[in-house]
Ligand binder design. Structure first.
Ligand SMILES: [Ca+2]
Length: 96
């Protein structure tokens, strides 16, 4: 199993990328009620991979501000420009 750590109760996982179309990996976040990218990755994400799960992305720290739900079938995982969410992501949490 490639990702044993992600079978925890709050299991969610999201990889964010600096470029659209999953270009230039920034980091992978997972688990818990709310996670923030490292400071140098703040306001940089331009695409996301939710690994088949559902997460909510937020424009501010602490899962506040404008948000978008990202789940299988929702649009523009690979292009935050089209989502009107380019270079603003500051935190990620699980879907309610
Ligand atoms: Ca970017």
């Amino acid at each position: 199993m490639l990702w044993p750590d992600f079978q925890e109760a709050d299991g969610w996982r999201a990889t964010i990328y600096d470029d659209v179309q999953h270009g230039k990996t920034l980091e992978t976040l997972s688990g818990g009620p709310c996670q923030e990218p490292k400071g140098y990755n703040n306001d940089k994400a331009s695409s996301i991979n939710t690994w088949g799960g559902c997460v909510v992305i937020y424009s501010d720290y602490m899962c506040k501000g404008t948000n978008k739900t990202m789940k299988p079938g929702s649009p523009h995982h690979k292009d935050f420009k089209l989502l009107h969410f380019d270079n603003v992501l500051s935190s990620i949490g699980p879907c309610p």
